[in-house]
Design a protein around this ligand. Structure first.
Ligand code: COA
Length: 154
């Protein structure tokens, strides 16, 4: 039997832990702990960490503009924790934050080629709201890529 994902609100002290998860989730281009710490220190940025059976398996960051909109900055689950409802739990936690901020729409950008995440967002009720050409800049051998914007109406 799989245990339910447990969500907790992150603090700035969790930045190193989030960076460790980040390195497992996005091994090709992880955000360093200092960047995560910087994001966490901005007003109305909220982090969540999710664990299953006591083991941390994913995290998320959302930035709100109170009474207006919110942007999901990141969401991810380590490879061995996927397809068990873990990201869905993170998404719900972020939507709860957004509702508390009286936000009616939540947006996010995703690489056009990230079919896994796009399937996840679509299942969760997200709708394609536009495209940002060249949003992801070229990095070494990785070419620039467009971002697809998804919108969730709360
Ligand atoms: C995208 C990601 C966050 C999904 O996490 P997850 O914990 O596996 O997702 P969940 O188990 O909560 O899935 C929720 C629903 O989405 C669906 N889903 C998740 N991944 C899917 C995939 N690869 N293909 C099709 N559907 C998928 C699930 O089947 C589930 O549907 P259901 O509610 O009908 O059962 C995860 O694959 C990940 O961390 N990827 C790498 C990081 C990344 O790309 N993040 C997004 C950057 S914008």
């Amino acid at each position: 039997m799989t245990s339910k994902p447990e969500i907790r609100t992150a603090t700035i002290e969790d930045a190193p832990l989030m960076a460790k998860l980040e390195a497992r989730i996005f091994p090709e281009d992880p955000w360093p702990a200092a960047d995560i710490q910087g994001m966490m220190s901005v007003p109305y940025v909220y982090g969540h960490i999710v664990s299953v059976e006591g083991e941390d398996v994913g995290y998320s960051l959302i930035q709100g503009a109170p009474k207006a909109v919110a942007d999901i900055l990141t969401i991810g689950v380590v490879p061995e924790g996927r397809k068990k409802g873990v990201a869905k739990a993170l998404l719900e936690a972020m939507f709860d934050v957004a509702r508390e901020l009286e936000v009616s729409s939540v947006y996010l950008e995703v690489r056009q080629s990230n079919t896994n995440a796009r399937a996840f967002y679509q299942k969760a009720g997200g709708v394609e709201a536009g495209k940002r050409p060249g949003y992801y800049r070229a990095q070494g051998a990785i070419p620039a890529e467009d971002a697809i914007v998804y919108q969730f109406v709360l």
